[in-house]
Design a protein around this ligand. Structure first.
Ligand code: BGC
Length: 730
């Protein structure tokens, strides 16, 4: 796939002006002027020539891969570029990744940085839709200021496998949580006049053989899991674009799936925007008839299908002229719907204010998994040893197309390498926010030493001299490569074991893209999951460890004990050569992804979905469920401890018409002062209560039990009520 035959590139990136002058983010927040986008798009389509319409249907990536047209070669590096049609006032379409901040592919735009948001899993761990909106909006401001009008963010694939190389870009294992947050992030970005995306539609739930694997899953299970996450995200966010996935789904490739694109997305869900292919995911011109509207990164496919080959299909009558109009109309309609066609004068970016958003997301997303009196540190420990994890430099980030070049530039690029995708993207980028430095600043009276942990025996030998040892353990993940196992890489388990054996007052801070095995779980005093915490990640970690911030993050993905608890203990196709066709049997767990699987199988994961400790305690009382067109949970949350903190109240369906199960039906993040109580109302999602039966959402008659629980597998106050049969409106 990677063909380095476009040599003129490098000299040309610098020509593009990316200004970094400081001005207020609020200055960009004025609502775009939008007149009826459907009417506008319909009006312009008829005045376009066929040539002009076709020009919108495929795009190229201004990067040194493959053959690209002259007018694209002159552009700075970005995910894709479509030249303007000046005659009609149609602006250039400039697309950028992504979910975790505006990217700078392979740092080809010299010196251009962006706010690195915490990973998707960190954002999901906040259970905070308002924060997802704010993060999306912040990224939108930066995209716009840098001249991009289409953002390829919004990854909402469900975490069916804790080894998936892209879970860090996504929002966990639960469709309600993931769909809600993805939708809010999209809404935030589009409020800034930048089209956003949800991707990768659908069931692109592992990276191994992602271009040829076939995700096999029966319709009801698909509807109630992966598709539900997309449905909710699309409903809430109204994204201008939906990106179809690399893989096949029940046979056809996702980007050529009439069922997914035409029938489900466009007809049933009434989706009005455009379907864009993933880069290199188009295998035939007739995908246009199957619902694909745009071939992106066209140089990566075997052919530029949406040019000559598609024109031939039009000439032969296989694809109608009306369909070509529909494809281009959808693209323009999405630009108009959010005001992404407005001129984009280069603007400054308030990176400090944006860093505050990243900090808040990292703080709220940090999950304290275990704490036996070691945390918060403040005051107790005078002599602290920090070990490993690049802690003097910064924090880990995830690789691939979502990789952001952070403000301040990378603290380090640690080469890992490989071939193909890994050759181009295979370096760990350490984001310049040092937890060691932040701890030293936060605890000026403590003596804090550092040890790389490179020789575990040497580290262990000095560890018992300290009041507290904090081991930072990292797991880099990158697009296109699954972690073959859940074991921490580079022998870090041995380091933790050795240190904990020498000093049981050991806390482990994980900076991982996924759940990992923790064979040392019972031997350490505290475990904190910080994910990839982004631009101000070091500070966020220090704030949680010291208690300056009371932790409130909760797991958006379960941590199984080990791979034997997974529906597929081995990753299907792992180790097989690229191009191998493998069926992935997702019917094993069906819609019971993550915690639902553990509940069904009676398995006890190390830490279930929803788990997360605080430095205070909460009590829940008076749960009521009020049925109606909207189903609502009402209850009181009380902070019963000594510190201000935020509870994440989780309402689970635990029995549905006689069937025991666990499904998150609603949630709310509630901030409380010590002793304070608040009455909370949480809307519950009918589609979580219902099952997909005979082509629709059906609530079977019977008794339903709802429970407020501290995690997906815990017990808590519950109420049971009888529900009448109900077919949900499509
Ligand atoms: C990824 C997409 C991304 C695209 C453009 C692909 O490799 O799968 O998520 O948007 O590249 O960079």
């Amino acid at each position: 796939m990677l063909n380095r035959s476009a040599p003129r590139w490098k000299a040309r990136f610098a020509a593009f002006l990316f200004t970094t002058a400081v001005c207020s983010a609020a200055a960009h927040a004025q609502a775009p002027e939008v007149t009826d986008p459907d009417a506008r798009a319909a009006a312009i389509i008829d005045s376009m020539t066929e040539e002009e319409r076709f020009a919108l249907l495929r795009s190229f990536m201004p990067l040194p891969f493959g053959e690209i047209p002259e007018e694209v070669r002159d552009q700075p590096a970005m995910a894709a570029y479509i030249p303007p049609i000046e005659r009609l006032g149609i602006p250039a379409i400039r697309m950028t990744d992504a979910s975790l901040g505006v990217t700078n592919p392979m740092q080809q735009r010299k010196g251009d940085v962006a706010t690195a948001m915490p990973s998707g899993l960190a954002l999901a761990a906040t259970f905070n839709p308002a924060l997802a909106y704010q993060a999306g909006r912040t990224i939108g401001v930066e995209a716009r200021a840098k001249g991009f009008n289409v953002l390829l963010g919004g990854g909402v694939n469900l975490a069916r496998d804790p080894r998936n190389g892209r879970n860090f870009e996504y929002l966990g294992e639960d469709p309600l949580l993931a769909g809600t947050l993805a939708g809010e992030a999209v809404r935030g970005t589009q409020a800034e006049g930048v089209v956003s995306t949800v991707k990768h539609f659908a069931v692109n739930d592992q990276e191994t053989l992602r271009n040829t694997a076939n995700s096999v899953i029966a319709e009801p299970a698909l509807r109630m899991s992966d598709l539900l996450a997309f449905e909710l995200a699309i409903e809430r966010g109204q994204p201008g674009s939906v990106m179809c996935a690399y893989n096949r789904v029940n046979g056809p490739w996702a980007c050529g799936s009439d069922t997914l694109l035409n029938q489900v997305l466009k007809q049933e869900w009434g989706y009005k925007g455009w379907v864009i292919s993933d880069w290199g995911a188009v295998h035939a011109a007739d995908y246009a008839a199957k619902g694909l509207d745009h071939q992106a990164g066209a140089q990566l496919d075997e052919q530029v299908w949406f040019d000559e080959p598609l024109r031939n299909l039009v000439a032969s009558g296989e694809v109608s002229q009306d369909r070509i109009k529909d494809m281009s109309r959808r693209i323009l309609r999405s630009l108009y719907a959010v005001g992404a066609d407005r001129p984009m004068p280069p603007a400054g970016i308030d990176y400090d204010a944006h860093g505050d958003v990243a900090l808040k997301a990292a703080e709220q997303g940090t999950v304290v998994l275990k704490n036996e009196g070691l945390l918060p540190i403040a005051g107790q420990a005078k002599k602290i040893l920090v070990v490993g994890g690049y802690a003097p430099l910064g924090v880990m980030s995830g690789g691939g197309s979502s990789q952001v070049t952070p403000v301040g530039g990378p603290a380090a690029m640690v080469p890992v390498g490989g071939e193909g995708f890994l050759e181009a993207f295979g370096s760990m980028l350490i984001v310049p926010s040092s937890p060691l430095k932040a701890l030293r600043e936060a605890l000026p009276d403590a003596q804090i030493a550092f040890d790389s942990g490179y020789f575990p025996a040497a580290t262990a030998a000095r560890a018992d001299d300290y009041d507290l040892v904090i081991v930072f353990a990292t797991q880099w993940q990158i697009e296109a490569l699954d972690a073959g196992s859940m074991t921490l890489p580079m022998g870090q388990d041995r380091l933790i074991e050795a240190v904990a054996a020498a000093n049981p007052r050991t806390a482990v801070v994980l900076e991982t893209g996924n759940p990992v095995r923790m064979p040392w779980r019972d031997k350490v005093g505290a475990i904190v999951e910080a994910w990839y915490p982004g631009q101000r990640g070091g500070e966020a970690i220090a704030n949680v460890l010291t208690g300056a911030v009371n932790p409130s993050g909760h797991l958006p993905i379960s941590f199984p004990v080990d791979e034997s608890q997974l529906p597929r203990p081995e990753i299907p196709g792992l180790g097989e050569p690229a191009g191998t066709r493998v069926d992935i049997d997702y019917d094993i767990e069906g819609a019971d992804v993550g915690y639902r699987w553990y509940a069904r199988e009676g398995l006890q994961p190390a830490y279930p979905f929803g788990h997360g400790l605080s430095y205070t305690t909460f009590a829940h009382e008076g749960l009521e469920i009020v049925p109606g067109d909207t189903l609502t949970a009402r209850f009181t949350v009380r902070n019963t401890g000594q510190r201000a903190g935020a509870d994440v109240a989780q309402v689970y369906l635990t029995d549905a018409a006689g069937k025991p199960l666990r499904r998150l039906a609603g949630f709310a993040r509630v901030e409380l002062a010590p002793g304070e109580a608040k009455q909370v109302e949480v809307p519950l999602e009918w589609r979580v209560v219902a099952d997909w039966v005979n082509g629709g959402w059906q609530v079977a008659p019977g008794s339903y039990r709802f429970m407020l629980a501290e995690n997906a597998l815990a017990e808590g106050p519950a109420v049971t009520l009888d529900l009448q049969p109900r077919r949900l409106a499509p």
